[in-house]
Design a protein around this ligand. Structure first.
Ligand code: G1P
Length: 294
Protein backbone atom coordinates (compact mmCIF):
# COMPACT_ATOMS: atom_id res chain seq x y z
CA UNK A 1 0.00 0.00 0.00
CA UNK A 2 1.50 3.35 -1.00
CA UNK A 3 2.00 5.99 1.68
CA UNK A 4 -0.37 8.29 -0.22
CA UNK A 5 -3.27 5.90 0.30
CA UNK A 6 -2.96 6.21 4.06
CA UNK A 7 -3.79 9.89 3.78
CA UNK A 8 -7.38 8.66 4.07
CA UNK A 9 -7.95 6.01 6.70
CA UNK A 10 -11.67 6.14 7.41
CA UNK A 11 -14.74 5.65 5.25
CA UNK A 12 -18.33 6.52 6.09
CA UNK A 13 -21.06 4.33 4.60
CA UNK A 14 -24.60 5.64 5.12
CA UNK A 15 -26.92 2.63 5.22
CA UNK A 16 -29.97 4.00 7.02
CA UNK A 17 -32.23 4.50 3.96
CA UNK A 18 -35.61 2.79 3.93
CA UNK A 19 -35.37 1.22 0.47
CA UNK A 20 -38.99 1.97 -0.43
CA UNK A 21 -38.21 1.62 -4.14
CA UNK A 22 -37.57 -2.10 -3.60
CA UNK A 23 -40.62 -3.05 -1.59
CA UNK A 24 -41.69 -5.73 -0.85
CA UNK A 25 -38.11 -7.13 -1.12
CA UNK A 26 -36.90 -4.63 1.48
CA UNK A 27 -39.70 -5.05 4.00
CA UNK A 28 -37.56 -7.20 6.30
CA UNK A 29 -34.18 -7.05 4.51
CA UNK A 30 -32.13 -3.84 4.22
CA UNK A 31 -31.71 -2.77 0.61
CA UNK A 32 -27.93 -2.84 1.13
CA UNK A 33 -28.16 -6.59 1.74
CA UNK A 34 -29.74 -7.35 -1.65
CA UNK A 35 -27.22 -9.38 -3.59
CA UNK A 36 -25.33 -8.56 -6.72
CA UNK A 37 -24.46 -12.09 -7.86
CA UNK A 38 -23.46 -13.68 -4.53
CA UNK A 39 -22.45 -10.72 -2.38
CA UNK A 40 -24.61 -8.06 -0.75
CA UNK A 41 -24.37 -4.65 -2.42
CA UNK A 42 -22.75 -3.24 0.73
CA UNK A 43 -19.98 -5.87 0.56
CA UNK A 44 -19.06 -4.74 -2.96
CA UNK A 45 -18.73 -1.16 -1.66
CA UNK A 46 -16.66 -2.20 1.35
CA UNK A 47 -14.41 -4.16 -1.07
CA UNK A 48 -13.90 -0.98 -3.11
CA UNK A 49 -12.98 0.99 0.02
CA UNK A 50 -10.64 -1.69 1.27
CA UNK A 51 -8.91 -1.91 -2.13
CA UNK A 52 -8.26 1.84 -1.77
CA UNK A 53 -6.51 1.29 1.56
CA UNK A 54 -9.33 2.22 3.96
CA UNK A 55 -8.71 0.90 7.48
CA UNK A 56 -11.87 1.84 9.35
CA UNK A 57 -15.43 1.43 8.09
CA UNK A 58 -18.09 3.58 9.73
CA UNK A 59 -21.64 2.43 9.03
CA UNK A 60 -24.46 4.87 9.72
CA UNK A 61 -27.36 2.48 10.22
CA UNK A 62 -30.96 2.78 11.35
CA UNK A 63 -33.75 0.67 12.76
CA UNK A 64 -34.04 -2.78 11.15
CA UNK A 65 -30.48 -2.69 9.82
CA UNK A 66 -28.95 -5.03 12.42
CA UNK A 67 -28.33 -7.72 9.83
CA UNK A 68 -25.67 -5.48 8.21
CA UNK A 69 -23.74 -5.59 11.48
CA UNK A 70 -24.16 -9.38 11.56
CA UNK A 71 -22.86 -9.63 8.00
CA UNK A 72 -19.60 -7.96 8.99
CA UNK A 73 -19.14 -10.14 12.07
CA UNK A 74 -17.82 -13.66 12.55
CA UNK A 75 -20.41 -16.43 12.26
CA UNK A 76 -18.76 -19.01 14.47
CA UNK A 77 -21.12 -21.93 13.89
CA UNK A 78 -21.03 -21.46 10.12
CA UNK A 79 -17.24 -21.21 10.05
CA UNK A 80 -16.87 -24.32 12.19
CA UNK A 81 -19.27 -26.30 10.00
CA UNK A 82 -17.48 -25.23 6.80
CA UNK A 83 -14.14 -26.23 8.36
CA UNK A 84 -15.49 -29.63 9.46
CA UNK A 85 -16.84 -30.27 5.95
CA UNK A 86 -13.55 -29.29 4.33
CA UNK A 87 -15.14 -26.39 2.46
CA UNK A 88 -11.90 -24.42 2.56
CA UNK A 89 -12.62 -22.12 -0.37
CA UNK A 90 -15.96 -20.93 1.06
CA UNK A 91 -14.42 -20.52 4.50
CA UNK A 92 -11.51 -18.48 3.16
CA UNK A 93 -13.89 -16.25 1.21
CA UNK A 94 -15.97 -15.60 4.35
CA UNK A 95 -12.92 -14.70 6.40
CA UNK A 96 -11.43 -12.53 3.64
CA UNK A 97 -14.56 -10.37 3.54
CA UNK A 98 -14.52 -9.66 7.29
CA UNK A 99 -13.18 -6.40 8.70
CA UNK A 100 -10.46 -7.06 11.31
CA UNK A 101 -11.43 -6.62 14.96
CA UNK A 102 -12.01 -2.92 15.66
CA UNK A 103 -12.07 -1.99 11.95
CA UNK A 104 -15.84 -1.44 11.79
CA UNK A 105 -18.00 0.98 13.76
CA UNK A 106 -21.76 1.30 13.71
CA UNK A 107 -23.81 4.32 14.70
CA UNK A 108 -27.49 5.01 14.18
CA UNK A 109 -29.26 7.81 12.40
CA UNK A 110 -32.35 8.04 14.57
CA UNK A 111 -34.59 9.84 12.10
CA UNK A 112 -34.61 9.86 8.26
CA UNK A 113 -33.53 13.49 7.88
CA UNK A 114 -31.44 13.13 4.74
CA UNK A 115 -27.95 12.24 3.58
CA UNK A 116 -26.32 15.29 5.16
CA UNK A 117 -27.75 14.37 8.54
CA UNK A 118 -26.63 10.73 8.15
CA UNK A 119 -23.05 11.85 7.45
CA UNK A 120 -23.17 14.23 10.44
CA UNK A 121 -24.06 11.25 12.65
CA UNK A 122 -20.54 9.87 11.97
CA UNK A 123 -18.73 13.02 13.18
CA UNK A 124 -17.48 11.68 16.52
CA UNK A 125 -16.15 8.48 15.00
CA UNK A 126 -14.41 10.27 12.13
CA UNK A 127 -12.90 12.97 14.35
CA UNK A 128 -10.59 15.65 12.99
CA UNK A 129 -9.32 14.01 9.82
CA UNK A 130 -10.28 13.90 6.16
CA UNK A 131 -12.44 10.91 5.32
CA UNK A 132 -14.01 9.04 2.44
CA UNK A 133 -17.74 8.80 1.95
CA UNK A 134 -19.26 6.06 -0.19
CA UNK A 135 -22.97 5.92 -1.00
CA UNK A 136 -23.73 2.20 -1.16
CA UNK A 137 -26.50 2.44 -3.78
CA UNK A 138 -23.93 3.31 -6.41
CA UNK A 139 -21.70 0.48 -7.59
CA UNK A 140 -18.60 1.76 -9.37
CA UNK A 141 -17.24 -0.94 -11.63
CA UNK A 142 -13.88 -0.29 -13.21
CA UNK A 143 -10.36 -1.67 -13.55
CA UNK A 144 -9.10 0.65 -10.79
CA UNK A 145 -11.39 1.13 -7.77
CA UNK A 146 -12.99 4.58 -7.98
CA UNK A 147 -11.96 5.56 -4.46
CA UNK A 148 -8.31 4.58 -5.12
CA UNK A 149 -8.19 6.99 -8.09
CA UNK A 150 -9.70 9.71 -5.90
CA UNK A 151 -7.14 9.15 -3.14
CA UNK A 152 -4.36 9.46 -5.73
CA UNK A 153 -5.87 12.78 -6.84
CA UNK A 154 -6.17 13.84 -3.20
CA UNK A 155 -2.45 13.17 -2.63
CA UNK A 156 -1.74 15.86 -5.23
CA UNK A 157 -4.60 18.36 -4.81
CA UNK A 158 -5.70 17.95 -1.17
CA UNK A 159 -8.89 19.78 -0.16
CA UNK A 160 -12.06 17.93 -1.11
CA UNK A 161 -12.58 15.47 -3.95
CA UNK A 162 -15.82 14.40 -5.61
CA UNK A 163 -16.24 11.66 -8.20
CA UNK A 164 -18.28 12.72 -11.25
CA UNK A 165 -19.57 11.25 -14.46
CA UNK A 166 -21.72 12.53 -17.33
CA UNK A 167 -25.47 11.86 -17.40
CA UNK A 168 -27.97 12.63 -20.17
CA UNK A 169 -29.30 16.21 -19.88
CA UNK A 170 -32.81 14.97 -19.04
CA UNK A 171 -31.51 13.27 -15.87
CA UNK A 172 -29.53 16.11 -14.26
CA UNK A 173 -32.46 17.02 -11.98
CA UNK A 174 -32.09 13.67 -10.18
CA UNK A 175 -28.53 14.24 -8.91
CA UNK A 176 -26.01 16.60 -7.41
CA UNK A 177 -24.43 18.42 -10.37
CA UNK A 178 -21.09 20.21 -10.55
CA UNK A 179 -19.70 22.89 -12.83
CA UNK A 180 -15.96 22.60 -13.55
CA UNK A 181 -13.27 24.79 -15.09
CA UNK A 182 -12.37 22.22 -17.75
CA UNK A 183 -14.98 19.55 -18.47
CA UNK A 184 -12.52 17.41 -20.45
CA UNK A 185 -9.90 17.14 -17.67
CA UNK A 186 -9.61 13.94 -15.61
CA UNK A 187 -9.21 16.07 -12.45
CA UNK A 188 -10.73 19.57 -12.56
CA UNK A 189 -11.36 22.34 -10.02
CA UNK A 190 -15.08 22.62 -9.23
CA UNK A 191 -16.59 26.08 -9.62
CA UNK A 192 -20.22 25.30 -8.87
CA UNK A 193 -22.32 22.64 -7.14
CA UNK A 194 -26.07 22.28 -6.95
CA UNK A 195 -28.28 19.52 -5.54
CA UNK A 196 -31.03 18.34 -7.87
CA UNK A 197 -31.24 21.44 -10.10
CA UNK A 198 -34.66 22.03 -11.67
CA UNK A 199 -34.79 20.82 -15.29
CA UNK A 200 -32.93 23.08 -17.68
CA UNK A 201 -30.88 24.88 -14.99
CA UNK A 202 -27.94 22.48 -14.42
CA UNK A 203 -24.47 24.06 -14.76
CA UNK A 204 -23.28 20.95 -16.67
CA UNK A 205 -24.22 17.31 -17.07
CA UNK A 206 -21.55 16.06 -14.65
CA UNK A 207 -23.27 14.35 -11.75
CA UNK A 208 -21.88 13.45 -8.35
CA UNK A 209 -21.61 9.66 -8.41
CA UNK A 210 -21.63 9.03 -4.66
CA UNK A 211 -17.91 8.92 -3.81
CA UNK A 212 -16.37 11.79 -1.83
CA UNK A 213 -13.24 12.73 0.10
CA UNK A 214 -14.17 15.46 2.56
CA UNK A 215 -12.42 17.58 5.15
CA UNK A 216 -13.74 17.32 8.74
CA UNK A 217 -14.92 20.97 8.71
CA UNK A 218 -17.95 19.65 6.82
CA UNK A 219 -19.37 18.33 10.11
CA UNK A 220 -19.79 21.74 11.72
CA UNK A 221 -21.56 22.99 8.60
CA UNK A 222 -23.80 19.91 8.51
CA UNK A 223 -24.71 20.45 12.15
CA UNK A 224 -26.27 23.82 11.35
CA UNK A 225 -27.47 23.00 7.83
CA UNK A 226 -31.07 23.89 7.04
CA UNK A 227 -33.36 21.65 5.04
CA UNK A 228 -32.80 21.74 1.28
CA UNK A 229 -34.13 19.81 -1.71
CA UNK A 230 -36.92 17.40 -0.73
CA UNK A 231 -37.10 18.89 2.79
CA UNK A 232 -33.91 16.96 3.74
CA UNK A 233 -30.56 18.02 5.17
CA UNK A 234 -28.53 17.88 1.98
CA UNK A 235 -24.83 17.08 2.01
CA UNK A 236 -24.30 19.08 -1.19
CA UNK A 237 -25.63 22.25 0.48
CA UNK A 238 -22.94 22.03 3.19
CA UNK A 239 -20.31 21.21 0.55
CA UNK A 240 -21.28 24.43 -1.25
CA UNK A 241 -20.70 26.40 1.98
CA UNK A 242 -17.40 24.60 2.59
CA UNK A 243 -16.32 25.75 -0.88
CA UNK A 244 -17.66 29.32 -0.85
CA UNK A 245 -17.69 30.40 2.81
CA UNK A 246 -14.69 28.44 4.13
CA UNK A 247 -12.86 28.77 0.77
CA UNK A 248 -11.85 25.12 0.66
CA UNK A 249 -10.96 23.76 -2.79
CA UNK A 250 -13.05 21.02 -4.41
CA UNK A 251 -11.86 18.91 -7.34
CA UNK A 252 -13.94 16.67 -9.56
CA UNK A 253 -12.38 13.34 -10.54
CA UNK A 254 -13.97 11.74 -13.57
CA UNK A 255 -14.99 8.15 -13.09
CA UNK A 256 -14.57 6.34 -16.39
CA UNK A 257 -15.81 2.86 -15.45
CA UNK A 258 -19.39 1.59 -15.38
CA UNK A 259 -21.87 2.93 -12.83
CA UNK A 260 -24.82 0.94 -11.52
CA UNK A 261 -27.43 2.71 -9.43
CA UNK A 262 -28.61 -0.20 -7.28
CA UNK A 263 -31.26 2.08 -5.79
CA UNK A 264 -33.15 1.62 -9.08
CA UNK A 265 -34.48 -1.70 -10.30
CA UNK A 266 -32.86 -1.47 -13.73
CA UNK A 267 -29.51 -0.44 -12.26
CA UNK A 268 -29.67 -3.31 -9.79
CA UNK A 269 -30.54 -5.86 -12.48
CA UNK A 270 -27.83 -4.54 -14.81
CA UNK A 271 -25.26 -4.78 -12.02
CA UNK A 272 -26.16 -8.43 -11.56
CA UNK A 273 -25.76 -9.17 -15.27
CA UNK A 274 -22.53 -7.20 -15.62
CA UNK A 275 -20.83 -8.68 -12.54
CA UNK A 276 -21.94 -12.23 -13.40
CA UNK A 277 -21.03 -12.02 -17.09
CA UNK A 278 -17.40 -11.24 -16.32
CA UNK A 279 -17.01 -14.24 -13.99
CA UNK A 280 -15.47 -17.33 -15.52
CA UNK A 281 -17.68 -19.65 -13.43
CA UNK A 282 -20.93 -17.96 -14.51
CA UNK A 283 -20.38 -15.75 -17.55
CA UNK A 284 -20.42 -18.21 -20.47
CA UNK A 285 -23.49 -20.09 -19.25
CA UNK A 286 -25.36 -16.90 -18.34
CA UNK A 287 -24.65 -15.47 -21.78
CA UNK A 288 -26.13 -18.55 -23.43
CA UNK A 289 -29.20 -18.43 -21.17
CA UNK A 290 -29.80 -14.72 -21.86
CA UNK A 291 -29.62 -15.40 -25.61
CA UNK A 292 -32.35 -18.01 -25.20
CA UNK A 293 -34.54 -15.50 -23.33
CA UNK A 294 -34.24 -12.75 -25.95
C1 G1P B 1 -27.30 11.64 -3.39
C2 G1P B 1 -26.57 12.98 -3.44
C3 G1P B 1 -26.41 13.44 -4.87
C4 G1P B 1 -25.70 12.37 -5.70
C5 G1P B 1 -26.45 11.03 -5.58
C6 G1P B 1 -25.68 9.91 -6.24
O1 G1P B 1 -28.62 11.82 -3.82
O2 G1P B 1 -27.28 13.91 -2.68
O3 G1P B 1 -25.66 14.64 -4.92
O4 G1P B 1 -25.63 12.77 -7.06
O5 G1P B 1 -26.65 10.67 -4.20
O6 G1P B 1 -26.44 8.75 -6.22
P1 G1P B 1 -29.78 10.74 -3.52
O7 G1P B 1 -29.51 9.58 -4.42
O8 G1P B 1 -29.64 10.38 -2.07
O9 G1P B 1 -31.06 11.44 -3.84
Amino acid sequence: MSAAKKLIRKAVLPVAGLGTRFLPATKAIPKEMLTVVDKPVIQHVVDEARAAGIEHFIFVTGRNKGVIEDHFDTQFELERTLAQRGKTRELEALIRDLPSPGQASFTRQQAPMGLGHAVWCARNIVGEEPFALLLPDMLHHGKIPCLATMIDAYAEKRGNIVSVSAVPDDQTHQYGIVGVEDASAAVAPITKMVEKPPRGTAPSNLHITGRYILQPEIFELLGEQEQGAGGEIQLTDSMIRLMHDLKQPFHAVRFDGELYDCGSKIGFLMANFAYALERSDLGPQLKAEIKKLL
